[in-house]
Write a protein that binds this ligand. Sequence first.
Ligand SMILES: [Zn+2]
Ligand SMILES: [Zn+2]
Length: 137
Amino acid sequence: MCPRCNSLQTYFHHIAGKYFTLYFIPLFKTKDLGEYIECQTCFMTYKPEVLKWGRKRTQANEKFKEIVGEVRENLEAGVPLQLALQGLIDNGLDEENSTQLLIKATNNNIAKCSQCGLAYIGSLVYCQQCGNKLQSV
Ligand SMILES: [Zn+2]
Ligand SMILES: [Zn+2]
């Protein structure tokens, strides 16, 4: 995961070392002269830790997708967006991330009840609260 390209890229893993030589035959590495990772797309170089960071990021992305899927199921079952948002905040997510998550889960396809003001995922036709026909936003 290249932080600069913000996507998965091929890396070149460079390890430099000085070898103790006997009659010009390398015997063992005496000193690390530097280890770095180079993105083969933007040629930015990083410390080896970037490999770990990428793995963590991928795991976080997987987790995010999983939550988005769960939230979408709830929304399709008729949970209003306001309630889903509150639920996410109650579970420890901040408001900005919760909003982003809801936008992802609804694909930005939102329907609103003009009577009580509740919002739903766009695939719903009637307000679960008052039975009013929803209008897409
Ligand atoms: Zn890159
Ligand atoms: Zn309503």
